[in-house]
Design a protein around this ligand. Structure first.
Ligand SMILES: NC(=O)c1ccc[n+]([C@@H]2O[C@H](COP(=O)([O-])OP(=O)(O)OC[C@H]3O[C@@H](n4cnc5c(N)ncnc54)[C@H](OP(=O)(O)O)[C@@H]3O)[C@@H](O)[C@H]2O)c1
Length: 291
């Protein structure tokens, strides 16, 4: 069995690392805030923690980190990677992915990027969809075998070109954010014209019986954004700005992203940064003189 390290025990990283435990007899974890790693090790016998990234010496090193800057900082601290594979699962820009690939190569290692679709509940239940790209096929097959079914229900192999998974992930998140924006506008329209929100919820979910419509629709209908379903407003803004940057660089005109960013900023300014990103509805309500 390969030894595995997991760097970043946040909302996503913690359940993903835990689900890998049966696949290795040596799981090493690191988290910037050491108390989270201490709790992880206490709750998961068999795992050990290190206090410095430099002390990681596992065959396969996973990262799950909040921002592009954080992933770059951590990669900078990794020691010699000769014969090792590094797998980043964070949502980051294609440019950052290329930089990480270069850093891993300079240190003698192989790099694959593997962002995931699905929220914390999906990570908890090993129901994520993993998007895997990077050289080489043999390396990707090894990681795929490790992830499915322990961590993900599906792993889509996107081939050698390492930025493909980042771009696919951002296109995927665009659709989720777009659904949240549309639901926010739909429920605001209902409120303004006097349609019962429960009736509208029934119509939407009968027509579109998908988890995103059901779950985000319920939160927007009830105004219960305090329960974070997927991602909070602050982290959602990071994803939304990445999507806008990808669109600008690619020459794609996707105005929905500008609306969503405007509304996420409004929610953030109202102190809702830690709430679910469906709190963007506050921006729509301000536009509609409801707040
Ligand atoms: N939440 C979701 O639904 C979801 C779904 C799919 C993908 N993602 C992506 O998965 C990644 C992790 O998300 P998350 O929800 O788990 O975020 P999170 O709960 O905020 O955790 C972020 C992790 O990054 C670490 N970190 C932040 N800045 C750092 C730095 N400068 N140096 C070292 N470590 C740093 C944090 O350490 P501390 O504990 O010390 O702060 C923590 O371990 C993100 O890229 C996100 O976009 C999230």
């Amino acid at each position: 069995m390969a030894s595995i390290a997991w760097i970043g025990l946040g909302n996503m990283g913690s359940p993903m690392a835990r689900n890998l435990l049966p696949s290795t007899d040596a799981l090493t974890v690191y988290n910037r805030t050491a108390s989270k790693a201490e709790i992880f090790v206490k709750n998961n016998p068999g795992a050990k923690m290190v206090e410095r990234v430099e002390d990681i010496d596992s065959d396969i090193v996973f990262t799950s980190l909040a921002t592009d800057e954080a992933v770059l900082q951590i990669f900078g601290k990794l020691e010699c990677l000769s014969g090792k594979t590094v797998v980043d699962t964070s949502t980051i820009l294609p440019d950052t992915v290329e930089q990480l690939s270069q850093i891993a190569k300079e240190k003698g290692g192989k790099f694959v990027h593997c962002p995931v679709m699905g929220a914390v509940a999906a990570a908890d239940q090993a129901q994520l969809i993993a998007l895997l790209a990077g050289v080489d096929k043999c390396c990707r097959q090894k990681i795929k075998k490790l992830l499915v079914p322990s961590v993900a229900r599906l792993c889509i192999d996107l081939g050698d070109e390492v930025t493909k998974s980042s771009m696919l992930k951002l296109c995927g998140n665009f659709m989720i954010l777009g659904i949240v924006e549309l639901l926010g506008e739909g429920f605001t329209l209902a409120e303004k014209c006097g349609v019962d929100k429960n009736d509208l919820y029934q119509v939407y979910t009968e027509m579109f019986p998908a988890p995103s419509f059901k779950n985000y629709g319920a939160v927007i209908k009830d105004g219960s954004h305090g329960t974070v379903l997927g991602i909070n407003v602050k982290n959602g803004l990071k994803d939304a700005k990445h999507i806008r940057e990808l669109a600008e660089r690619s020459g794609a005109g996707i105005p929905t992203i500008d609306l969503a960013i405007r509304n996420l900023n409004c929610a953030n300014d109202k102190g809702k940064g830690e709430e679910d990103w469906s709190a963007l509805v506050h921006g729509i309500k301000v536009l509609s003189n409801l707040e």
